[in-house]
Design a protein around this ligand. Structure first.
Ligand code: DC
Length: 251
């Protein structure tokens, strides 16, 4: 893969950015894109390679969705979602966000509905911004992945990626993940659901899922996650890190 994969490159020189790192401290990397585009894997691995903190913001919405379902509430009604939102905000831990139950089909559907509620988005905003400003641990920066990181949560992020892939390829990937736990599911049904969820996520009034004007767009339809990872890590390093920031073992 070459840099030409990125449809848009940011017009900021390396020297400007190195100076910016020295004066402003932590680097913030925004990774947005639709579900099953590969953005989560990319963001997580990028954070690992760069030694940055990582936040999966979709897990915040999923946690509120799961709590709403557990309380017997309707994910489309804020009055039902509000108690769940408070519970999640008061109990946010890395373990909570890693809970396997957040990945279920039902929670995905419910999360897409609660994410359309403006009060929920506002309720989760400060936690995300705070994470970006003060990432946990002694790290040089933070990688946040979601739908509105580059547009709403961190509009001043140092680098923004928008990761996408065709709906067919995304439904193929999601079907592979789900087929063992849901034997009756077909790939056609997954495609239909992904298309409906895309519609909801990109057409909602509150923070629709769209690429920021200054985002680098990465289409992963025909790329492996390792190919994409190498390219983005090199891009971030060339912009922000001096030789002394890169440990020899990282190559
Ligand atoms: O990335 P994900 O599939 O785990 O996200 C779950 C849902 O939350 C999805 O419907 C989109 C929504 N979401 C959002 O609206 N804004 C974010 N920053 C992250 C996720």
């Amino acid at each position: 893969m070459s840099v030409t994969t990125f449809k848009k490159a940011q017009a900021v020189s390396q020297s400007e950015n190195k100076a910016q790192k020295q004066t402003q401290g932590k680097i913030v990397i925004a990774v947005d894109g639709p579900s099953a585009s590969g953005k989560g894997t990319l963001a997580r691995k990028m954070a690992e390679r760069l030694g940055y903190a990582y936040l999966d913001t979709g897990a915040l919405y999923r946690a509120v969705a799961l709590a709403t379902l557990e309380l017997g509430g309707d994910p489309a009604k804020f009055k039902d979602v509000e108690p769940a939102l408070e519970i999640v905000k008061n109990n946010l831990t890395p373990e909570l966000l890693e809970n396997e139950a957040l990945r279920s089909y039902e929670v995905s559907e419910a999360a897409s509905r609660i994410a359309a509620l403006p009060q929920v988005r506002i309720g989760l905003l400060e936690y995300q911004r705070d994470f970006a400003r003060n990432p946990p641990g002694d790290v040089g920066g933070a990688v946040l992945d979601g739908r509105d990181i580059g547009t709403i949560v961190c509009p001043d992020a140092d680098v923004k990626f928008f990761v996408t892939a065709s709906a067919e390829e995304r439904s193929r990937r999601r079907f592979e993940e789900l087929k063992n736990s849901r034997p009756n599911l077909t790939q056609e049904k997954v495609l239909e659901d992904i298309q409906q969820r895309d519609q909801r996520d990109s057409n909602r009034k509150a923070a629709p899922s769209i690429a920021a004007a200054d985002a680098c767009i990465i289409d992963t339809t025909k790329l492996t996650s390792d190919e994409v990872l190498e390219e983005v890590v090199n891009l971030v390093r060339s912009r922000f890190l001096t030789e002394s920031d890169i440990s020899p073992s990282e190559g």
